[in-house]
Write a protein that binds this ligand. Sequence first.
Ligand SMILES: [Zn+2]
Length: 449
Amino acid sequence: MIKDSIKVYNSLSNKIEDFKTIKPNEVSMYVCGPTVYNHIHIGNARPVIFFDTVKRFLEYVGYKVKMVSNFTDIDDKIIKKALEENTTEEEVSNKYIKAYLDACDKIGCSKDVIHPKVTENIEGIINFIDALVKTNHAYQSQDDVYFDVHSIKNYGILSNQKLDNLESGVRIEVNENKKDPADFTLWKKTKDFGKKWDSPFGMGRPGWHTECVVMINEIFGGKIDIHGGGIDIKFPHHENEIAQSMALYNHTIANYWIHNARIDLSGEKMSKSLGNVIWLKDVMVAYPPQAYRLFVLSNHYRQTINYSDELMQKTANEWEKFAKTYIALARRLELNDAKEVGTVLPLMDNFLQEMAYDFNTANAVSVLYTLQKKINTDLRNSNCSIKELSSDFKTYQDMLEILGLQVDFKALTSEEKALVKAWQQARLAKDYQKADELRNKINEAGIIL
Ligand SMILES: [Zn+2]
């Protein structure tokens, strides 16, 4: 069974491993979500699309998947935006949460995801930090609370770094209040305009790295199967999540850590602060949203993608062909009043095997191309049985469903169906004048054949 033969590249071990879930037939999955102070760019959308596809695949092969992705709705950037726009942090975060969910919907992501917010979990976060302080894993220095990275044995296990090397590293914020430069902020005492909460450490706000650990424990009640996110948050965010969990729970949060690679622009890292970003919302205006999803899935998730308009246009053309094949096949079956649902073709096994080996969507998309070619051949072959076409359709539908690529297809009304059938008869009878008239009516009605 495919379900029992799944292999996953685990970022924690840097190895391909057999996928074994904690509970039989169930998968618990957490993906770090956005800080909601702006729209998302195409790079931010990559984990959203990829992990949604992982979820769809796992469900197809028989797992029940519980997926959680948080909203960071407390952050300096949100406060800054609220000040700039003369509004509240809540309005800023609500606006971008709505924009995010709309975008997810357009790119075909499942709505069956739990989205906890930081502001709704403050009490749990404060209690968690308090427990770290009480167990000497965290300390208060001046106004802030820091995690003491030397208080655990294996800080650096995820990013494969030794503390000695980290201390001279570049990505660590140096601050004289810290005992070690690698120590990270758990609580910031604040006096600014931003939202703040009372805590045993004074009025303030939590740092970024605690929320996911707390929410995972709150929602799943312990260790989970998959923790995912983009490679850019592997260090320090995920490293710091693991450190806190090791300190209090003595486990690494998840059995499988999965990180997707970046999407670059002209070979450079996209960054909102550098201003070289392409917004997902703009891409979804210029191209069908599904084309962007296909663009992401046409690459292996651990491979960096270099985005260009040329490549995107090419993928959009491919998507149009996929959609055309779908509509042509669906119409053929519809006009033949095919009732029977076909059985899945053996090609589906190839597709599932590609997905089962570390979610290789790139190879799965190649199998989809193979099927598309077969369907186009079958459609041209007047001897191809309706049963075979139904099987083509069922298989095509299933593959597209797993990839989350939905084709916009409108079934014909009975009048429309009668019109199309009359046109087909006129053509068969070689009554070209009538056929042309009917064809015009079909076009006027906006029916795609
Ligand atoms: Zn996180």
